[in-house]
Ligand binder design. Structure first.
Ligand code: ZN
Ligand code: ZN
Length: 309
């Protein structure tokens, strides 16, 4: 059975594939934060019923942002429960099919960058259930939470904050696993890390957002990727991370961000040379040459043996 894991009062985490979704609230009223990658609708419903009771439905579905690993099941869940899906208006162009996100940047390097080559460039279209978050920071369906704009990883990225017990659901504004390393990606070893690099289009904004979240001094840090962190040291670790925040060494958006507005992407810096396909082609060619050499030697040896007879 699919069950979410309680990580704070009235907050539970469910990992679906590479991403986390969170159930916030209790049987008297709850909301779903993020919806994972496509194909997990049934698992999320099952976990919701296990936590809140069979047939229970949320007051709202909330998206930290619209990337495919957060909005993947949003349309199906919104329709199934007949509830609106809330996101920041600056995410609307991507969630309604009007614009693609700034192009992913596999040249940024690292594990996630390699895998990103196999991820879709467009996200889910959730147009018919999409609604904008209230401008005053209130969170539909969750009285004691507020949303905070944390752009940089995505144009309309938001984080969710519950001041009462300093609980932060940070989406991809910050990760709690090093997604740039294969070790981090496979073990999800807890360490505060920058947003998923190949999808982050504005590193200055991403840094400012991390700083804003560090200033909140969270006790619980629950991100879109990685296992949640909690305890008195989280605030210090996040502050240290914010102070020493560094973008990747190179990549499409490191020197210059993409520009976006309410209609979508308006400018992308030119793509750096992507050497991996050439390297891969080189490796394949190398294997063929090697095979040719070995096979050729065998053929020559065989014909030499035949000559002697
Ligand atoms: Zn993302
Ligand atoms: Zn993500």
């Amino acid at each position: 059975m699919t069950a979410a894991r309680e990580i704070a009062a009235d907050l539970a985490q469910l990992r679906v594939s590479i991403a986390n979704v969170y159930f916030a609230g209790n049987r008297n009223g709850w909301a779903l934060i993020d919806t994972g990658v496509p194909g997990y609708t049934a698992s999320i419903i099952e976990a919701a019923y296990a936590r809140f009771g069979e047939g229970s439905r949320p007051s709202a579905i909330l998206l930290t942002h619209g990337h495919f690993d957060h909005a993947g099941c949003a349309l199906e869940l919104g329709r199934y429960w007949n509830v609106p899906v809330f996101a920041h208006p600056l995410e609307f162009p991507y969630l309604t099919g009007k614009s693609a996100y700034p192009r992913k940047d596999p040249t940024v390097g690292g594990a996630m960058a390699f895998l990103s080559r196999f991820f879709p460039s467009r996200t889910a279209n959730v147009g018919d259930v999409l609604t904008d978050l209230p401008q005053n920071g209130e969170v539909p369906g969750l009285k004691d939470w507020m949303w905070i704009a944390t752009p940089g990883h995505a144009p309309g990225h938001v984080s969710f904050w519950r001041e009462r017990d300093a609980t932060l659901v940070a989406g991809d504004a910050v990760a709690t696993a090093d997604l740039d390393s294969w070790f981090g990606l496979t073990t999800m070893h807890r360490v505060i890390s920058r947003p998923p690099s190949p999808f982050t289009f504005n590193w200055d904004a991403a840094r400012a957002s991390v700083k804003a979240l560090a200033d909140l001094q969270p006790f619980v840090l629950a991100s879109g990727h990685g296992e949640p962190m909690y305890g008195p040291r989280v605030a210090d670790e996040l502050s240290r991370f914010a102070r020493t925040f560094t973008p990747p060494e190179h990549g499409r958006y490191v020197a210059e961000p993409a520009e976006t507005n309410e209609h979508g992407v308006v400018y992308e810096p030119p793509a750096p040379a992507d050497h991996l396909p050439k390297v891969a082609a080189g490796v394949v060619a190398g294997v063929f040459v090697l095979a040719g050499v070995i096979y050729g030697k065998k053929v020559r040896a065989r014909s030499a043996a035949a000559d002697k007879q």
